[in-house]
Each structure stands twice: as structure tokens, then as C-alpha cells.
Design a protein around this ligand. Structure first.
Ligand code: GLU
Length: 487
């Protein structure tokens, strides 16, 4: 990191979402990188809501974005600031540019501009505003003003020269002034445009580093011209590579959900999702994949961001989620598991001490096999209710031997007869029964697992028995006589 600001600990970065949609994967990745960068340098992370498009923005979307950020633990130090409340700042800045000769009034009507654009399109050329009003004489301007014509304010791009961007990710980018049109700062309704508001805010909020999506690279030259015209210090830029779906097309709804809160609802852990996002376009420089938040903060640097597009690989996210769930404590998982159970009506609010212990021990027993938090209420369902589903394929496979109708109740009565009920005693009872009846222990084990949990796979059988307890285990084994579908 070459920046003076970064070295002196004065880093100020911002996340500037437009609330025209929810917080999507790309936006969350941008927010995370800004946040990691700020935290790495002990700087400030500023949240700015770019809601100038009043018709497409909504308070619900703002709330959704904030909720997604809170879920990911991306806490902001300043803001949220709302651009819709700052219109006067932008108008004032536009007036300054008019006064300093960096901007001019444009009286071209939207209809005439559209005609010119359409013509260019028909003739297959790129349209660039011709600078019609830039050349108006003061007498012409006076006439137009006298007639009260609606007017926009346009930036006067200097005639010769180039804009140079030294991007932390994409390196040097040079654009000749002649390629940039005199862009609009305030439209004819006196409404500020994106370029003006973003630069005014970045100046006033003393942003040192603009870290944002690569889709904004093409906006940067215009914004640099504005900084220059204001005589302001230009921030450093880092544009983050695009995120693609597995088919290498830009990630969109077509690839499935892209809303961050939907991932929470699907049972992903925020720390797993954060780790996953961090690897979308960045790597620490070795093969480390699982990194705690502290480690991410410590290792994050702009110089390790890739230029090449990142691919959203859901299998990797699933893998990370499993790793994180398996490594989490029951205390960490409990509130999330509770929510998952609540949404399946498997949760009771009244809890005695023994039930609380049971709940935590169950989480510990299941966690290494769970694919998501919701999985506790799905494949782990039988540990939280006596009316669980029995997987049909599992039943067909493991309950079809007719001898089981007799063997399972027999196993139940043996378990009940033992003085103790432990891992050892239950295993002993099962093996003794197998031997006595000349059947494989595996037959009894597989059948018992299906009866006890409804599933063909799961934790070791005797752990399941002890966890469920003697009574429930026996009742569930006896249930075989009431099942009809396995025959
Ligand atoms: N509001 C813009 C967006 O949501 C971001 C602008 C910026 O970061 O400069 O894409």
C-alpha cells in the first residue's frame, strides 16, 4: 500500500449502495472489502445511501441493506448519510463550478438530445454531446434566460489532455479528454446527477480510498475531472473484479438468489458467508481458505485483489458453511438453530434445565454433519419432535427384512431390562441380540437408526440412543409394528 493516508492511519472509505434493490452478493462483497480495508488500517468505514433516484429507491430497501450488513457484522463508523437529504450541497457545488468557469448552462431540450442520440445510433456512431451550448455567446445566454428556458448544468471537459487513473487493481488507465463528453451535473429539473453527488460527497466526507465494483471504472475519469475542477485531493481507487455465475455470465437473479438476507434464511452462517465473500476476487497470497474475521482483517490488502473476474461457486460456499458449523460451539449455534426450529414449529418456549442441556448436547452431536443451520430442523428433526418423518428410501432399504418386526421390539425390551442405559450397555444389548438371533449386527443397527431418526445416515447409533434416552429409544423401536410402508 503506497498511500500516505493508509500509512498514517487516516483511511476513510465508504460503501455507497443505491437502495433500488436489496443488498446483493456483489454489493456485500464491496462493503466487506471496504470494511476490511478500513479495519486493517484502523480507519473509518462510512455508509452512504445513494437514494437520489427517488422513484426507484425505498425505505424498505434501505432497511434490507442495513439488515444484510448487520447480519454480516459490517458495522459502520459514520452514517448512514442519505443523498436525498443533501441536494443543496450538490446544487451549491454546481454553482461553484459555474462561477469558476468549469461548467455551463445547457438549454438543449431532452427531445432534441434524444433525436441526436437516435441519429447517431442509426448511423452506428457513438454519441457524444456536441457542446452546442458551450459555445453560446453571452448575448444568446441572456436571451435564453430572458425566455426562462429550462436549463441543465454541464461540466466543461478541458479540450486537450488526458485523465490518468492509477487503480490499485487495474493499474494505469488513461483516457483522453476528447473521449469524454460534457456531462450533466444538474438536470433541467435542477436535480443532481450521480457524478456530481458522488464526488461532492467523497470530498466532503474526506474519502481517501474509493473501493467499489469494476462497473464504475468507466465513471472514474469524469469524477477525476470533477475533483480537479474543485481543486480537491483525488482519492485512490481500487475497482473490484466482476462476480460471475458458474456459466461465466455476470451474476444475476438468473443464477438463483443473490440477496444476502436470503442466504441467512437458507441457513448459512454469517462468518462462513463473509469468508466466502472475501475470497471473491481476493486471496491472501497462499492457499489459505478458512480465515477468521480477525485474520481477514489482518491479511487483507488491496494489492492482492485479482483483476480477473471472480466466479460465485455455491459448492465452495456450502463447503465453508459445513466447516464453520462443525467448528462452532453449541452456544454460538443455539440461537440460530432455535430460529430454524421455530420456523418449523419445533420449538417450545418453556425449557427446563435438563431440556436446555439436551438441546446443546444435540447441537454438538449433530453439528459436524449439518450442511446448514436449517438442516438441524430437517435431517435433525427427530431430535426435536416425536412426530418426525421417516425417509421412504431409508425405510425401504433398512426396514424391509420381515424379521425386524420382531427384532426391534425385542431390542427395545432388552434395553429396558438393563440396569444402566449407556453407550456400552446399549451396544452390548444390540450385539448380544444379533448373536442370539444369528443376524448381522449391521441389520439391527441400520434399522434402529432409521426408526430412531427417520434417516439412513447420522451420528453413531449408540450416541443417538443415549441422547434420546431409554424411553424414547424403546418407543421408537417398537413403532416398527405400526409402520406399513416398508413391506
Ligand atoms: N451508488 C453506486 C452503486 O450502488 C455506487 C457508487 C460508488 O461507489 O461510487 O452502484
Amino acid at each position: 500500500m503506497s498511500s500516505h493516508a493508509a500509512k498514517s492511519g487516516e483511511v476513510r472509505v465508504r460503501f455507497a449502495p443505491s437502495p433500488t434493490g436489496y443488498l446483493h452478493v456483489g454489493g456485500a462483497r464491496t462493503a466487506l472489502f471496504d470494511w476490511l480495508f478500513a479495519r486493517h488500517y484502523g480507519g473509518k468505514f462510512i455508509l452512504r445511501i445513494e437514494d437520489t433516484d427517488v422513484e426507484r429507491s425505498s425505505p424498505e430497501m434501505v432497511e434490507e441493506i442495513l439488515e444484510g450488513m448487520r447480519w454480516l457484522g459490517l458495522d459502520w463508523d459514520e452514517g448512514p448519510f442519505f443523498q436525498s437529504e443533501r441536494t443543496e450541497h450538490y446544487r451549491k457545488a454546481a454553482r461553484e463550478l459555474l462561477e469558476s468557469g468549469h461548467a455551463y448552462y445547457c438549454y438543449c431540450t431532452p427531445e432534441s438530445l434524444k433525436e441526436r442520440r437516435d441519429l447517431a445510433m442509426k448511423e452506428k456512431r457513438n454519441y457524444k454531446y456536441e457542446g452546442t451550448c458551450r459555445r453560446l455567446t453571452s448575448a444568446q445566454i441572456e436571451v435564453n434566460e430572458g425566455r426562462g428556458l429550462p436549463r441543465a448544468v454541464r461540466f466543461k471537459v478541458p479540450e486537450s489532455g488526458t485523465v490518468e487513473i492509477s487503480d490499485h487493481v487495474f493499474g494505469k488507465i488513461e483516457v483522453a479528454h476528447e473521449q469524454i463528453e460534457d456531462f450533466v451535473l444538474l438536470n433541467s429539473k435542477n436535480h443532481p446527477t450521480y457524478h456530481l453527488s458522488v464526488v461532492v460527497d467523497d470530498m466532503e466526507m474526506r474519502i481517501t480510498h474509493v473501493v467499489r465494483g469494476a462497473d464504475h471504472v468507466s465513471n472514474t475519469p469524469k469524477q477525476i475531472l470533477l475533483y480537479r475542477a474543485f481543486g480537491a485531493e483525488i482519492p485512490e481507487f481500487a475497482h473490484l473484479p466482476l462476480i460471475l455465475g458458474p456459466d461465466k455470465a455476470k451474476l444475476s437473479k438468473r443464477h438463483g438468489t443473490t440477496s444476502v438476507t436470503a442466504y441467512r434464511d437458507m441457513g448459512y452462517l454469517p462468518e462462513a458467508f463473509r469468508n466466502f465473500l472475501a475470497l471473491l476476487g481476493w486471496s491472501p497470497g497462499d492457499n489459505t481458505e478458512i480465515m477468521s474475521t480477525d485474520e481477514l482483517i489482518e491479511r487483507f490488502s488491496l494489492d492482492k485483489i485479482n483483476q480477473s473476474n471472480a466466479v460465485f461457486d455455491i459448492q465452495k460456499l456450502d463447503w465453508l458453511n459445513r466447516q464453520y458449523i462443525g467448528a462452532s460451539t453449541a452456544e454460538r449455534l443455539a440461537p440460530m438453530v432455535q430460529k430454524a426450529l421455530e420456523s418449523k414449529h419445533l420449538w417450545r418456549d418453556e425449557f427446563n434445565e435438563a431440556e436446555r442441556e439436551y438441546f446443546f448436547a444435540t447441537i454438538d452431536m449433530l453439528k459436524s454433519r449439518m450442511h446448514s443451520i436449517n438442516d438441524f430442523a430437517e435431517s435433525g428433526q427427530a431430535f426435536f419432535t416425536d412426530v418426525y418423518e421417516i425417509d421412504e428410501a431409508a425405510a425401504k432399504k433398512n426396514l424391509k427384512d420381515p424379521a425386524l418386526k420382531e427384532l426391534m421390539p425385542l431390542l427395545a425390551s432388552r434395553l429396558k431390562a438393563h440396569d444402566v442405559f449407556s453407550l456400552e450397555s446399549s451396544e452390548q444389548a444390540l450385539r448380544a441380540l444379533a448373536e442370539e438371533k444369528q443376524v448381522k449386527a449391521g441389520l439391527l443397527i441400520n434399522a434402529a437408526r432409521v426408526l430412531l431418526t427417520g434417516r439412513a445416515v447420522g451420528p453413531p447409533l449408540f450416541h443417538i440412543m443415549v441422547q434420546l434416552g431409554r424411553e424414547r429409544t424403546a418407543t421408537r423401536l417398537e413403532r416398527i409394528s405400526t409402520l406399513t410402508f416398508h413391506q
